[in-house]
Design a protein around this ligand. Structure first.
Ligand code: ATP
Ligand code: MG
Length: 421
């Protein structure tokens, strides 16, 4: 026998018993976004590597260590997308959607990062993201946070904490950068290798370090909040006032900097203590400079992205396991029943659009078909044998409840099935 080929480490199949959980998440998201007037955008999974280097930043974990980059047959350098924002901006510029316009967009799909696989951290994972362009006032920041908050509510997720910070204007951040460099330089011996290198290239990223050995040093570092420009401060105050007015709870976290270079002003994350080290389930912020940085006309922008695997893992741990049910399994005995059954099943599906029904295929005895009906998880078996056929009726056998079996005329079947749903 030849060797079995398995999926790539960190990249997983979504199996049939789990797909309904993803589908119900997707249905909720779709409806929620329509409710706020956001439209879906779909971008390719592969982009030119340059796009990510120029947006996410050369000196970030993603670009330095995590991207799947390769040359195609023409020798072009391409990457599997590690996130959606850069592609969304690229598409917006390319199709003239951004300049002097307001766009409210969302996307969802797989992202790729070559990280060490562990619970809640995969090499192919899925994000749902929301992006708003053309609005520079903090009312849109509040809208995005309200969308997130409503989503948790609709999903029934509990125990999420919203952490909030502002990174200030580019100038305020540049000034703060110097203050931070001075501080870190005084304690250079405590920095790890990555951080020493980033001291020159991207000192703010050091605050994002997950190395516990540097925690105390970073806890005592000067914070950007104390060096904010007036405009950023006013916008931030307005945002927090909107959140207070709408009853959204948040924690100010002056050390929240985010792992990507393009953020400015408002940044936020929703975190949970229930998923161990992979506790951030949703993250976002303002990125006013990115559109121009990627060659478009300056356009204010803000967005967030959530990790679908982490959301679903949290949901699963908080909720009782829900099994998907099948309404009916049609048992068909004999050639004539198979033919009539096929018509009957089509008629039922035509009339009851949300019915879930399996029509037996492959023949076999009553016993073997009933076994399959039971295994399918169906609530009832509709049995069509020779007797039933000549009486224009089916026998209904309940598979999960202790109820007497009954017969239902073909002419009453649609009504009966609708009422039993
Ligand atoms: P982390 O700090 O956990 O690495 P990140 O800052 O790299 O997260 P973002 O780039 O902001 O994450 O992506 C948004 C969300 O996507 C994260 O909050 C997380 O829920 C999810 N996510 C990111 N990387 C992965 C991954 N490798 N596997 C599963 N989900 C992920
Ligand atoms: Mg990461």
């Amino acid at each position: 026998m030849s060797k079995i080929i398995k999926s790539i480490r960190g990249m997983h199949d979504l199996l049939p018993d789990d797909s309904h959980r993803w589908q119900s998440f997707e249905a909720i998201v779709r409806q929620l976004m329509a409710g706020y007037g956001y439209k879906e955008i779909r971008m390719p999974l592969v982009e030119s590597t340059d796009l990510f280097c120029r947006s996410i930043g050369e000196v970030t974990d993603i670009v330095e260590k995590e991207m799947y980059t390769f040359e195609d047959r023409n020798g072009d350098r391409l990457s599997l997308r590690p996130e959606g924002t850069a592609s969304c901006v690229r598409a917006g510029i390319q199709h003239g959607l951004l300049y002097n316009q307001v766009q409210r967009l969302w996307y969802s799909g797989p992202m790729f990062r070559h990280e060490r696989p562990q619970k809640g951290r995969y090499r192919q994972f899925h994000q749902f993201g929301v992006e708003a362009y053309g609005i520079d006032t903090p009312d849109i920041d509040a809208e995005l946070i309200l969308i997130g908050t409503r989503l948790w509510k609709q999903l029934g997720l509990k125990g999420l904490r919203l952490e909030l910070n502002t990174l200030g204007s580019n100038q305020a951040r540049a000034e703060y950068k110097q203050i931070l460099i001075d501080y870190l330089n005084q304690h250079k011996e405590l920095l790890d290798e990555d951080s020493v290198r980033r001291l020159e290239t991207n000192p703010l990223r050091i605050l994002d370090s997950k190395n516990p050995a540097m925690k105390e040093l970073l806890d005592n570092a000067p914070v950007l909040m104390d060096h904010l420009d007036d405009e950023s401060r006013q916008q931030f105050d307005k945002l927090t006032a909107s959140l207070d007015a709408t009853g959204v709870e948040y924690t100010l976290n002056p050390r929240l900097v985010r792992g990507l270079d393009y953020y400015c002003k408002t940044v936020f994350e929703w975190v949970t203590d229930e998923l161990g080290a992979q506790g951030t389930i949703c993250a976002g912020g303002r990125y006013d400079g990115l559109v121009e940085q990627l060659g478009g006309k300056a356009t204010p922008a803000i967005g967030f992205a959530l990790g679908v695997e982490r959301i679903l893992a949290l949901l699963e741990s908080q909720q009782e396991k829900q099994i998907e049910t099948i309404d009916a399994y049609l048992v068909l005995l004999g050639d004539a029943s198979e033919l009539r059954g096929l018509q009957l099943a089509e008629d039922i599906r035509e009339k009851i659009s949300d019915i879930t029904m399996i029509a037996h295929c492959g023949g076999g005895s009553m016993k073997s078909q009933m076994k399959k009906a039971d295994k399918s998880g169906a609530k009832m078996a509709l049995i069509l044998g020779e007797d039933e056929l000549s009486n224009e009726q089916v026998t209904v056998k309940y598979l999960r409840e202790k109820k007497e079996q009954i017969t239902v005329k073909f002419s009453d079947l649609n009504k009966f099935l609708t009422e039993s749903k």
